[in-house]
Design a protein around this ligand. Structure first.
Ligand code: ADP
Ligand code: ZN
Length: 721
């Protein structure tokens, strides 16, 4: 090649053409560095016909590429995926490409990373900050920025420690290969249903080509063991596997379980990795050396040259939907990656999304069912507690029937889990004297009290303040009251009711590192914890055989928000948390506290009739032309200035496209009307299935303009509608 079209890592500019200097070998996918104005910028060589709009310039006017990476070129199926993601989600291709190159591994020649660790030397001048840094760093090792973050000190303090010799450099190989998983390490005896499911999958892997599967089986039915067999087949065939999990917190238990089955842990990929770990993982994937990768949604854009299987576990989880930067749904992009890679994709869930079930109905995905729990374990018995008839005492949230069940459980030496999807102590703090309510200055949200850290915090922007003693408005002392419960408050109530019991609070505030997760899991497994009080973090993945009671403090909470997806969300969340009960030999019980005992979704949960729930909910969607029968896109207009945001949203509303099968609702205040100091309005586009909604939106927004202070973002297939 003498000239090359390069997708550069700049979202504002499109691809640009460059000259390939004599002696430099590039091909589509090559990772290069190119001049841009006075600077240099990274990019990837692309096929010319893929971005036909680029203005052509004569060879002699092209600037030459300055560098080509020794890393393998990005494979063609990944390039197609990047294009598809950019088109479908209406994002700049460069922004999607950035996710694929995020480790930085390809952007350097260096084969090693210099990290630092404590040398054991205590510096002569030991300031409190330096002492804090050394204490927090402990055995941790990383590049200076990572150490500064870990120690919560400035980079300057850290550099001072390096200079003083208290931290010493270590060379880390970015090339070090990963040990290979052994498909025959510990092969389980599958039951009949599992064997049939595994056979279907291994056949698909052998045949090759794209197939989408839904592995649909109740909690504890042994889905993981089934897809492990599929992974084993991919390993034997010398193909790579990608497993997507919805949360980092689930990675740790997964790694352990994988290691028990395959002898070594798979390669992990998530935002918590150190820079050197990211580099090593990225390069090992790119060279085809990493055979199984487990990761969060960003792992979708890793450069696998030889992908043979994609698994999306807990495929119904909303955290697969990315809500900032490129708004994409990892479940759907995973299916597209399978299409481009020509390999099978497996979605596993006990509570699939209505959309996924519908794909099965249409015959596009093949369903594999595991009808019952593994090893004869029974599904738990679910009982409703009508809070209107059987309320807890004033300022208490655990109703008498649940207290009784907890007592019985503890008496038998078994464990209980209380679920409330609310972090902190109380969701709202107000002044009894003047009525003042603590609200976030940046968001439409109350400040949530956290007793453990003695702070009020906004769960949307992270704004924090120490819990005050007096009302900032009327200055009355001791007049502040906490309203409603969060998990910390439930834990206080548990301590009053069962002073002997050992309780663990499980939220993202308490399980913020893999070590904390491991500690928690060990605590439950070895019986050091009697009662767990937790948020959605405890609803999935864990398998605790001695946990026999689940109490849902507020089953109606999932119905909040009032959008069309509320019932589905409530059903999934409660089915998942119920699924933690009675997974071993001892039967489980579940109690749902509700004020809406007659709501259809609560009835469905109590009767255990999932099929009827899916049928009614699908019918509701059909009547409303909601997904999967119609489509939505949300346009969010935001500005720091309230009037400007409202004005631009109104003007966009006036110029909204009018077409058969397309309707634009709004503008209306967005679900979070103010977020991080920006005022937000939403226009909701509804379109019938066959319509090219991206094109309609592109034409519409392309003809409009707005001041630079206004941000207009498009969210295709928004989660709430
Ligand atoms: P799911 O993913 O459907 O919730 P799991 O795969 O976690 O279910 O299985 C539930 C429990 O049953 C786990 O402890 C798992 O190790 C065990 N299990 C499942 N299948 C087998 C099997 N074939 N042999 C032995 N144990 C199994
Ligand atoms: Zn806020």
């Amino acid at each position: 090649m003498t000239r090359a079209r390069v997708l550069i890592l700049n979202s504002a500019l499109g691809p640009l053409d460059y000259r390939v200097p004599h002696g430099m070998a590039v091909e589509p996918g090559s990772i290069v560095e190119a001049p841009l104005g006075p600077r240099r910028i990274a990019g990837v060589v692309w096929e010319e016909d893929r971005f036909p709009g680029v203005e052509s310039v004569g060879d002699n006017r092209l600037r030459p590429l300055t560098w080509v990476s020794p890393a393998p070129p990005l494979p063609a199926p990944l390039r197609r995926l990047i294009e598809w993601t950019a088109d479908y989600y209406m994002a700049p291709a460069a922004a999607v490409l950035r996710m694929a190159l995020s480790s930085g591994a390809a952007l350097t020649d260096q084969r090693t990373v210099i990290e630092y660790r404590a040398s054991g030397l205590i510096p002569d001048r030991l300031t409190p900050q330096r002492a804090q840094a050394l204490e927090r760093i402990g055995d941790f090792q990383g590049v200076p920025r990572e150490l500064a973050e870990k120690a919560d000190v400035s980079l300057a303090v850290l550099r001072g420690l390096i200079k003083a010799g208290a931290l010493e450099p270590v060379e880390v190989e970015a090339n070090a290969p990963y040990p290979a998983p052994d498909p025959d390490h510990q092969v389980p005896q599958l039951n009949e249903a599992q064997q049939a499911a595994a056979d279907t999958l291994t056949q698909a892997i052998d045949t090759g080509g794209f197939h989408a599967f839904l592995l649909d089986g109740v909690t504890g039915s042994g889905k993981t063991e089934v897809y492990f067999e599929a992974i084993a087949r991919a390993i034997r065939d010398g193909r790579q596997t990608l497993v997507l999990l919805p949360e980092i917190a689930l990675t740790e238990p997964f790694l352990k379980r994988f290691e028990a089955r395959f002898g070594v842990a798979p390669v992990a990929w998530h935002s918590g990795l150190r820079q050197s770990e990211r580099r090593r993982a990225w390069l090992a994937v790119a060279r085809g050396q990493a055979s199984v990768v487990v990761g969060a949604r960003s792992a979708l854009f890793l450069p696998f040259p030889n992908l043979g299987l994609i698994v999306v576990d807990e495929a119904h989880e909303i955290s697969f939907k990315q809500e900032d930067g490129v708004h994409y749904h990892a479940r759907d992009v995973a299916v597209m990656r399978g299409v481009f890679e020509k390999c099978p994709v497996l979605l596993a869930s006990a509570t699939p999304a209505i959309e996924t079930r519908h794909q099965v109905t249409l015959g596009r995905y093949r369903e594999i069912r595991l009808p019952s729990r593994f090893g004869g374990a029974q599904m738990p018995e679910i009982t409703g507690i009508d809070l209107l008839r059987d309320p807890p005492d004033r300022q208490r949230w655990i109703a008498p029937p649940l207290v009784k069940a907890m007592r019985e459980t503890l008496d038998k030496g078994e464990q209980a889990l209380l679920f409330l999807n609310r972090r902190g102590y109380a969701p709202l703090t107000l002044c009894r004297h003047c009525g003042y309510r603590f609200q976030c200055p940046n968001c439409t949200a109350w400040m949530v009290e956290h007793k453990l850290t003695r702070r009020l915090a906004c769960h949307h922007c992270g704004h924090m303040m120490p819990t005050p003693r007096e009302c900032p408005e009327c200055h009355e002392e001791d007049a502040l009251v906490a309203c409603g419960p969060g998990v910390e408050r439930i834990a206080d109530e548990v301590a009053l009711l069962f002073p002997q019991a050992r309780t663990a609070i499980v939220t993202s505030d308490t399980l913020w590192s893999p070590e904390k997760v491991a500690e928690f899991v060990a605590g439950v497994e070895n019986g050091a914890i009697d009662i767990i009080v937790g948020t959605q973090l405890v609803t999935k993945g864990y398998h605790f055989p001695n946990l026999t009671l689940v109490g849902v403090i507020d089953a109606d909470l999932g119905l909040e928000g009032g959008d069309l997806r509320a019932a589905e969300r409530c059903f999934q969340q409660i089915s998942q948390v119920s699924g933690r009960a009675g997974r071993g030999e001892k039967p489980g019980r579940v109690f749902l506290q509700t004020r809406m005992i007659d709501a259809p979704v609560i009835k469905a949960l109590l009767s255990g009739d999932a099929e009827r729930f899916y049928a009614t909910e699908t019918e509701n969607r059909r009547i409303a032309h909601a997904p999967p029968f119609g489509r939505y896109a949300a346009i969010i207009v935001s500005s720091e200035d309230a009037a400007t945001a409202a004005d631009i949203a109104r003007r966009l509303g006036k110029s909204a496209p009018q077409a058969e099968g397309l309707h634009v609702y709004g503008p209306a205040p967005a679900p979070l009307a103010q977020l991080r100091g920006r005022h937000r309005h939403r226009l909701l586009v509804h379109a019938s299935r066959g319509l090219n909604v991206q094109e309609a939106i592109a034409n519409w927004l392309g003809a409009a303009d707005w001041p630079a202070s206004v941000r207009v973002t498009v969210d295709i297939d928004p989660y709430s509608f």
